[in-house]
Design a protein around this ligand. Structure first.
Ligand code: IMP
Length: 175
């Protein structure tokens, strides 16, 4: 298995991830049965999680992609740029799918922008949550895979300077 030198240890194995994403899919299946929701993937970090998650949701749904950028290296730049067509979410039951809630600046900003389009409902699903790093204190995702401590993690779509998104596990970077 690919285990880069910069990675200190595995936090969640492929098997643990698979089991948790299945559970999240079951919860979403219950919530969205009969609603034809729009699942919105926040590129690029959420791409791997998104593809697994939607295949565990057992009801009709549509997908779309937007891009949000807020990070440089391992430090938050504090800026959030959003690219994508937000107009099609009007009147829809929307689920934003993101890799991680850290400061939560990205997700708070996205929610704000998406709510301007008057979706019927708007929920958030994140694979990881780092509550200790929160800047937007009142942000809480509706669905969370795992809560983690203040580690910088890579794999399963998450990167460090664009590397290691392809690791099938979540690894903690060496400091
Ligand atoms: P936030 O706006 O601070 O919540 O963070 C948004 C983005 O920062 C996420 O979508 C990730 O792309 C990135 N990020 C935050 N923590 C990590 C991490 O531990 N590893 C890799 N990317 C991270």
């Amino acid at each position: 298995m690919f285990f880069p030198d910069e990675v200190e240890r595995i936090l969640y194995t492929e098997e643990q991830i698979k089991a948790r994403v299945k559970e999240m899919g079951e919860l979403l299946t219950k919530e969205y049965a009969g609603k034809n929701p729009l699942f919105l993937c926040v590129l690029r970090g959420a791409s791997v999680f998104f593809c697994d998650l939607i295949r565990n949701v057992e009801c009709p749904l549509e997908i779309d992609f937007i891009r949000a950028k807020s990070y440089v290296g391992t430090n938050s730049s504090g800026n959030v740029e959003v690219e994508g067509d937000l107009s099609k979410i009007s009147g829809r039951d929307v689920v934003i799918v993101e890799d991680i809630a850290d400061t939560a600046r990205t997700l708070s900003k996205l929610k704000e922008l998406l709510l301007e389009q008057n979706p019927k409902s708007l929920k958030t699903a994140v694979f990881l949550d780092k509550p200790s790093r929160r800047v937007i204190k009142d942000f809480k995702a509706d669905y969370t895979g795992f809560e983690i401590e203040d580690f910088f993690v890579v794999g399963y779509g998450l990167d460090c300077d664009d590397k290691y998104r392809n690791l099938p596990y979540i690894g903690v970077m060496k400091t």
